[in-house]
Design a protein around this ligand. Structure first.
Ligand code: FES
Ligand code: FES
Length: 165
């Protein structure tokens, strides 16, 4: 017997998509396979590694833990969109400048989480950065350069506002 399917409407990166998907297909796979947003990476599929992180209605979310049907009507933002936005562009540039990625598998989720951290806490300590990003696993970098990049982005933003760097 074929798996039940359902039509869902997803607004992804400001564009509406209507797709018919199996009821139990998770959002990460829909974004990648049905809609082509391959910046959404799939690692554990158990909500552990953070590679599939996207924003759903403004909140950072592990898209492997959300069935597509649960996201019906939602507004979703992926790294393809966020990396081009002014709120995130400096973070992406600093990740590159600081060699805060090697294979890049973790990077989209890491950047989306780091952006959320800086929105909440513009002047974080290194410990706060490490704690906030502890749900985003990186197998390559040892995290040092990632924390450096987040701290430098925060300092750059404060300097741009004329605050203490
Ligand atoms: S693939 Fe979703 S948290 Fe690992
Ligand atoms: S850069 Fe390879 S997993 Fe983070």
């Amino acid at each position: 017997m074929s798996e039940p399917r359902q039509s869902v409407s997803l607004t992804v990166n400001e564009e509406r998509h209507d797709v018919t998907v199996p009821n139990r297909k998770h959002l990460a796979d829909i974004l990648r396979e049905d809609l082509g947003f391959t910046g959404v990476h799939v690692g554990c599929e158990h909500g552990v590694c953070g590679a599939c992180t996207v924003r759903i209605d403004g909140a950072i979310t592990r898209s492997c833990l959300v069935f597509g049907v649960q996201a019906d009507g939602a507004e979703i933002e992926t790294i393809e969109y966020l990396s081009a936005q002014s709120e995130t562009r400096d973070l992406v540039d600093t990740f590159v400048a600081e060699n805060a990625l090697q294979c890049g598998f973790c990077t989209p989720g890491m950047v989306i989480s780091a952006a959320a951290l800086l929105a909440e806490t513009p002047d974080p300590t290194r410990e706060e950065v490490r704690a906030y990003l502890s749900g985003n696993y990186c197998r390559c970098t040892g995290y040092q350069a990632i924390v450096d990049a987040v701290m430098m982005t925060a300092a750059g933003r404060r300097a741009a506002k004329g605050e203490r760097a």
